[in-house]
Ligand binder design. Structure first.
Ligand code: OFO
Length: 176
């Protein structure tokens, strides 16, 4: 059984992951608006991944004998002028999520909840990838500067992302 403290943190993390999905949907919509369809697709795929992250924690809360408590999801930012603003915000957001995940790992360790610690370690490793992806794309955007041709090449590259369910064994995520 999860401690009350860990159950609360995991519930908050479900909310944070759903908020991430909401934020990436909003960013995707802004990129559609300026015809960067590949970037919009990348962000939409990221939103799907965030939903999967949230659902997997939701299932874990149930598996540990607690009940997920769903709370309001905040409104995300709705205006982004260009792709640079988007990926600066992606990196900042993922750094914030990393801090939340690390805090859960710290508390799980302090409480000697080895199962929860092991569970959340997947997310600790995932955050390394999330931050690295955002910062790689941001570096490319900075190199591109005002070159529209290179921007379209990056947009085409982002269009090739395919969504892969990160938790194929979670029955709540089968078929997505
Ligand atoms: Fe769930 O990794 Fe991004 O927020």
């Amino acid at each position: 059984m999860l401690s009350e403290k860990l159950a609360k943190l995991l519930n908050e993390q479900v909310n944070a992951e759903y908020f991430s999905a909401y934020l990436y949907h909003s960013m995707s919509a802004c990129m559609e608006k300026i015809a960067l369809k590949g970037t919009a697709h990348w962000l939409f795929s990221q939103a799907k991944e965030e939903m999967a992250h949230g659902i997997n924690i939701y299932q874990y809360i149930l598996d540990r004998g607690a009940i997920p408590v769903l709370t309001d999801i905040a409104q995300p930012r709705t205006t982004f002028e260009d792709i640079k603003e988007v990926f600066e915000a992606v990196l900042e957001h993922e750094q914030k999520v990393t801090r939340l995940i690390n805090n859960i790992a710290t508390i799980a360790m302090q409480e000697n909840d080895h199962a929860c610690y092991q569970f959340i370690m997947w997310y600790v490793n995932e955050q390394v990838e999330e931050e690295s992806n955002a910062s790689d794309i941001l570096s490319k955007i900075e190199m591109i500067g005002n070159d529209k041709g290179l921007l379209l090449a990056l947009d085409n590259e982002l269009a090739t992302r395919t969504f892969v369910n990160p938790f194929p064994n979670n029955s709540k995520l089968s078929g997505i």
